[in-house]
Design a protein around this ligand. Structure first.
Ligand SMILES: [Mn+2]
Length: 315
């Protein structure tokens, strides 16, 4: 019996704030899982990496999924975890064990124990998670609801071909769009991301019907520096390619992934991002959906993580 869905954004190992959010939403831990008398939770993915409570977050969510009190879609961090742990025929792994990739995955690997039985158990569970959820009047995906990419993938079940797919293949690109979102080329411009890596592409604001050109369609983090060290400045109003993914017609779409700041608020009546950067001092956010065709800010619930010493240093 489900009167509605409580869709919860990216958690990234922040167990304490997750438990507080579940409590605030009226879920209680009984018989080994958090439960609500009449509602079901839905997780948009990215349970892992970064935070101090990797195991606890995984245990809370998995126990809910197994008890039937939650569903979950796969995030790019879970997909990357699977690819990291999957050997590639001919040597290496499906996700390259580079220093950069290891750093991004370090909290998970350290806390579950790399190559431990526990590690393999979580990877096996990630492999069972769907790539998206069509819940009737509501749709949930980690980064982008794109029917064209979903058609290439053939269905929401993660397959071995997807895990082993190589850059440039149709499968690889479709997984990228669904789990990481579409990107646009910056026409020769280059900026440094928060890890100091050079970026010649930017995330495209697929959810925004007003995103028509580079200037209003590219997501460049505020205060970004150009690769030559100067200020990044404005992008030109070059029109974006017409075949980029766009917010689809039909029921509302809820997604995560985008590290939004401030807020929270819905994009508009038909979409909302639920990732408000809990891993860097923002709130963990849920949308309480009860059948409405149009999303509203009033249905967002936010719980703020305590500010860590690392965050204070960054401020
Ligand atoms: Mn993500």
């Amino acid at each position: 019996m489900t009167d509605g869905y409580d869709v919860i954004g990216d958690i990234h190992g922040h167990a304490e704030v997750l438990e507080r959010l579940l409590g605030q939403l009226g879920y209680r831990e009984t018989d080994g899982a958090f439960r609500h008398p009449v509602r079901q939770a839905v997780f948009v993915g990215d349970l892992v990496d970064r935070g101090p409570g990797q195991r606890r977050v995984l245990e809370v969510v998995r126990s809910m999924v197994e008890a039937g009190t939650a569903q979950m879609t796969l995030g790019n961090h879970e997909f990357n975890a699977v690819a990291w742990a999957t050997p590639r025929a001919g040597g290496g792994h499906c996700r390259v064990h580079s220093e950069k990739n290891r750093a991004q995955h370090a909290a998970f690997l350290e806390q579950v124990g790399e190559d431990s039985e526990d590690h393999r158990g979580w990877i096996d569970w990630f492999r069972t998670l769907p790539l998206w959820l069509d819940l009737g009047g509501l749709r949930v995906v980690h980064a982008c609801w794109d029917p064209a990419s979903m058609a290439v993938l053939g269905g929401p079940t993660l397959t071995e071909d997807m895990v082993t797919s190589e850059k440039g293949s149709d499968l690889y690109e479709a997984i990228e769009i669904v789990l990481k979102g579409p990107e646009i080329h910056l026409g020769g411009r280059c900026y440094l991301d928060k890890g100091g890596h050079e970026r010649r592409n930017a995330r495209f604001r697929w959810w925004d019907p007003d995103a028509t050109n580079l200037a209003n369609g590219a997501e460049i983090p505020s205060g970004s520096v150009a690769c030559d060290g100067g200020p990044f400045g404005e992008l030109p109003e070059t029109p974006v390619p017409p075949d980029l993914p766009r917010a689809p017609d039909g029921p509302p779409v809820l997604y995560g992934h985008y590290w939004r700041r401030g807020g929270p608020s819905v994009d508009g009546p038909k979409s909302a991002c639920l990732d408000w950067s809990v891993a860097s001092g923002g709130p963990l956010v849920a949308y309480r959906w009860s059948g409405e065709d149009e999303l509203t800010d009033e249905n967002l619930v936010a719980v703020t993580a305590p500010v860590s010493r690392d965050d204070v240093r960054r401020l």
